[in-house]
Write a protein that binds this ligand. Sequence first.
Ligand code: NAD
Length: 487
Amino acid sequence: MQQFQQYIGGQFDAGSAQFESLDPATGTVWAKMPEASVADVDRAVQAAEDAFFAPDWALISASQRGKLLLRLADLVAQNAPRLAELETRDTGKIIRETSAQIAYVADYYRYYAGLADKIEGAHLPIDKPDMEVWLRREPIGVVAAVVPWNSQLFLSAVKIGPALAAGCTVVLKASEEGPAPMLEFTRIFDQAGFPPGVLNVITGGAEAGVALTSHDKIAHVAFTGGPETARHIVRNSAENLASTSLELGGKSPFIVFEDADIESAVNAQISGIFAATGQSCVAGSRLVISSKIKNQFLARLKEKAEAVVIGAPDDMATEVGPLCTKAQRDHALALIAASTAAGAKLVTGGSAPDGPGYYFPPTILDCSDAPEAPCLSREFFGPVLSVVSFDTEAEAMKIANDTKFGLASGVFTQSLTRAHRMIRGIRAGIVWVNTYRAVSPIAPFGGHGLSGHGREGGLQAALDYTKVKAVWLRTSDDPIPDPFVMR
Ligand code: NAD
């Protein structure tokens, strides 16, 4: 059985306690993971704080930080097959997706490598002739990063990349479900040449998470996960008045008008809800469809959903693999039962197959006559699509915005004017028009409401890891005038 190690202050160790990690494809134990104790968390935060002030990190140039990140990006690309394989093994995410996503991970580190020496301060045209005033952008401090199981390498890169580009140091808590790829990542990180303690990676559950996010040496908490955990995170961070960025879940509308290119929209919907076995925060989990094309669209969607290749996650031919945990599968089954009891009709799927592993088939629920069905408001985080129809554009907009989440959205139409009206009216952090599930390091990513706040990706993400210092320098040699009056 493989034993993974945590990474604190540039050293690897197996931790004082371990827990077993299950292979989601078989439900059997395959590896042992170090479980961070409160003392381990404290050690990791101390290492990050020491590194933050150490001259070999605090005093190197931004360009040098960029070069280190560039080396890391190259190492990630070189080690891509191993990282992808481990993510697939420990989380059940299909190899087709982990192999493709790891290329993006390298790209994100490359993007932030390039950005490191472009985080600029400013000179102010101050309204006093004897003063020079400028702004320095300085790293915010020690960052606590907490990530969920899905896409851990990716969700960590969007935090570690900008944080290190800005000059921060990081303690990352990998998810207790499937931490192997992040623990393996530290072996690669270690070769890039960063000083010890710049990045520390531990794992464990809520206890380690609480210890980390309430630690009094943490300046910023970057969190990805569910809204309920986010509430705890905000309370924890209040201990230290640390700032937070929260990337949470969604119930994203996928809106198809009658003038849409049907085949293209069906394909995008298949990708939007069934890719990554639906375990995606941006999953287009509410199909909002024009009643004029509903039957035609659903028939084609059902046909394609039933043709999806379900299989072992490490098989390149597989399109839908197992869910990450048994709890996820139980949650999907319970939510489907509650929704059908509320009047939603099963179009396809809906039950878990017999046999080992946490497999779940592509499922479609027609809620056109069940507007109160819980599947329309609650996140599955699985391959389950809820369908609701509309007659007018105003109705489509109303349904799209009838959610407490606000992460992503998709609009499918050939009408340019309608597309613009929808873009303006939809309350979400991302609007994809005639496409879905496209990402880039250059574009910010994040949501509103229960989908969280703050943005990852793009320039703004790096600025969020900085604080502004205003510097005042007096240029006059004359004595300071009246010392009892504010200048
Ligand atoms: P989760 O909220 O249960 O756990 C996320 C992380 O928080 C884990 O590392 C967990 O150990 C830790 N944690 C749990 N309790 C904690 C506490 N009290 N204090 C500190 N840390 C604590 O999320 P999950 O179930 O692992 O992941 C699924 C959720 O993540 C979904 O809601 C999904 O939409 C969301 N997600 C969002 C994005 C995004 O970018 N917006 C991306 C992926 C996943």
